[in-house]
Ligand binder design. Structure first.
Ligand code: AMP
Length: 416
């Protein structure tokens, strides 16, 4: 029979890597708590309509990338491709507008997109998602960007670039869209096939096409920053001023339009210089009309999502530290089968005293067990007939090789 492997675009995170994930998650939790965000846990799957209406019918995510199926009740269900629409759905469903505003949320969890897998791009990937809902203040946009930068700073990431744009609002975007179409129309036949398709449906996406011909054409296209309405212009000016005050190194990018339809005003990405083509470690922005799109009262919001695989890849390539790989405190080495029962009960005593402990279950030689202890634990507790009969324990420090004989109480005290 053929072997069954993990589906393409997914990956198993095994023991030698999972502690790195735990470290990144721990750092994230420290940052979000310092910024006053609360954890939210939402379903992995939602009604497909949430993404059709929230993310937008003409986006790549909705058109091509969703894992959608009918459940046994005939409902169309989608594995979440992103979290913002779900967070807004939950905010509206639980009437959170009644509490003090803004409400600030964080979540770490898997997302699913049927994309062409490559380094840094997977079909199941984990995002740290941050959302602040209920305020129009441009300072909240700045808080979100500041939070993302603080996360990367605490992880020791270098060589990052924050790129920023405004994508306008329903008042000014249609006018800009028209100006862009007028500019692009004479070049229609020179655009790539995908961009020709985008011309009517989503012309702003032509600005971030990677095709060199399309890039050359859009080089001199009108900039949305020159076409913002007064409200979007003053919002953007405040964001810029506040970021300047924070000393943030920001690059304006008129091509940045983001792949999801719900963005209004501020849009930003943080790019890593060490990731190759999939170089965005995070992306986000403001989404003041998402709530209405999914049937709620007008509710402003701003947020970002960071792909943790890409964060870890960047950390690895820059040699950043993940802290110390966690080790057991003690490994019980048994001289023979007779000592095994004693070892099991000693392991129980140590564990209930919060001392991380492991032991041998494979009847290996003492030499092999001591080697296992050296690889996994700070100390070996040696348990032979002599120790059992005379009721003491030999404790070996695996770093220094020092040994001492201890009573049970002294052993617990020492290992604690
Ligand atoms: P988005 O939800 O498309 O705005 O993406 C936000 C962030 O999620 C990106 O900047 C990446 O860090 C990460 N991301 C998006 N898609 C993928 C993917 N297919 N594989 C890995 N990370 C991803």
């Amino acid at each position: 029979m053929s072997k069954i492997e993990a589906p393409r675009g997914t990956k198993d995170i095994l023991g030698d890597e999972s502690w790195k994930w735990a470290y990144v998650s721990h750092v994230a939790q420290g940052v979000v708590s310092d910024f006053g965000y609360k954890e939210i846990t939402l379903p992995i799957f939602e009604h497909t309509e949430l993404f059709h209406r929230g993310v937008g019918q003409t986006t790549d995510v909705v058109e091509k990338e969703m894992y959608t199926f009918l459940d046994k009740g005939g409902r169309s269900i989608t594995l979440r491709p992103e979290l913002t629409a779900s967070v807004m759905r939950s905010y509206l469903e639980h009437n959170m507008a009644r509490g003090s505003q803004p409400q600030k949320f964080w979540c770490i969890g898997p997302m699913f997109r049927y994309e062409r897998p490559q380094k840094g791009r997977y079909r199941q990937f984990v995002q740290l998602d941050i959302e602040a809902i209920g305020s129009r203040s441009p300072l909240l946009d700045v808080e979100i960007i500041d939070l993302s930068m603080e996360f990367y700073r605490r992880l020791g990431l270098k060589n990052l670039q924050v790129v920023l744009n405004s994508v306008g609002c329903p008042e000014c975007r249609p006018l800009y869209r028209k100006a862009l179409q007028d500019y692009l129309a004479p070049h229609m036949s020179e655009l790539c096939e995908s961009c020709q398709g985008r011309f009517d449906r989503n012309p702003l996406r032509i600005l971030d096409c990677k095709n060199p011909a399309c890039k050359a054409i859009t080089e001199n296209a009108p900039s949305i920053l020159d076409n913002l309405c007064d409200d979007c212009k003053s919002h953007f000016a405040t964001v810029m001023k506040a970021l300047e005050k924070l000393g943030a190194d920001i690059k304006l990018d008129k091509r940045l339009v983001r792949g999801l339809d719900y963005y209004t005003k501020t849009a930003f990405e943080i790019l890593s210089g060490d990731l190759g083509s999939q170089n965005a470690v995070c992306g986000g922005g403001r989404y003041d009309h998402l709530a209405e799109a999914i049937g709620g009262a007008p509710t402003p919001g701003v947020g970002f999502a960071s792909g943790l695989e890409r964060v870890i890849l960047t950390m690895e390539s820059q040699g950043a530290t993940f802290g110390k790989e966690p080790k057991n405190k003690a490994f019980i080495v048994t001289a023979d089968d007779n000592a095994l029962l004693e070892a099991a009960s000693l392991a129980n005593i140590l564990r209930t005293n919060h001392i991380a402990t492991d032991m041998d279950y494979m009847a290996r030689s003492m030499k092999t067990q001591v080697k296992a202890a050296a690889g996994t634990s700070d100390f070996a507790v040696i348990l032979g007939q002599d120790e059992i009969e005379k009721k003491f324990y030999t404790l070996k420090n695996m770093a220094t090789g020092e040994q001492e004989s201890l009573s049970l109480d002294a052993l617990i005290e020492k290992l604690k």
